[in-house]
Design a protein around this ligand. Structure first.
Ligand code: NI
Length: 209
């Protein structure tokens, strides 16, 4: 695309520098905002300074909000950039479900490995207050570029695989409720905490009562 990045430079202008060297909290788009339904655009140059600045602001925004991951469209930036971090406490014991330091993934591609699916709870900063049970590929291989322009490629499973699938869905305009297969399992976190659900039993049919 001629002019590519420059055409959109004003969305994150290098010239508007009042906060250079100072990270900024970004406004999070909520479900219903069109930026969350659009397909995000590929980044021409992952090493461009605006990408680094956006990454830093996304990380600050994610950490301030207590999120595990964040995709650029969630902060009104229609680019194929996600950030995430996988903490040890939610890992399954599957091989490949590994802790992951803060990662920026640019122009990511995900490929399922095998056919197995797994159900698990998800939340999203763009769908505040809710939790839902979402089927995801149990194992995936993901590939993308880092901020240095180098290739990142990993084979992962379980929660790590879930996080990446959730974040990359944002780049195609998909929010987790659209991936759900049983909307009885979409609920307010507050109610879920008050009325915990045995997910294994629910999925085995107990939930039909
Ligand atoms: Ni999300």
């Amino acid at each position: 695309m001629p002019g590519g990045t420059h055409e959109f430079g004003p969305l994150y202008p290098a010239a508007a520098a009042p906060h250079i060297g100072v990270m900024a909290l970004l406004k999070i788009a909520h479900m219903g905002h069109p930026v969350l339904r659009d397909r995000a655009r590929a980044v021409d140059d992952p090493t461009a300074p605006w990408v680094r600045r956006l990454f830093e602001d996304m990380v600050e925004t994610m950490e301030d909000a207590g999120g595990t991951g964040l995709a650029a469209p969630q902060v009104h930036m229609p680019w194929r950039i996600v950030v995430f971090r996988v903490d040890g406490e939610r890992l399954s014991d599957l091989p490949g479900d590994s802790e992951q330091d803060l990662t920026a993934l640019i122009n990511p591609v995900i490929e399922p490995v095998g056919n197995e699916m797994a159900y698990g709870w998800e939340g999203c900063l763009s769908v505040p207050g809710l939790r839902g049970v979402v089927p995801r590929h149990l194992r995936v291989r993901y590939r993308g570029l880092g901020l240095d322009g180098g290739v990142i490629e990993r084979d992962v499973a379980g929660f790590h695989a879930r996080v990446v699938q959730h974040e990359c869905d944002h780049l195609d305009g998909i929010l987790y409720p659209q991936r759900m297969t049983d909307h009885r399992l979409l609920m307010f976190l507050e109610e879920l905490q008050r009325h915990p659900i045995d997910l294994a039993a629910f999925l085995a049919g107990e939930g039909d009562r």
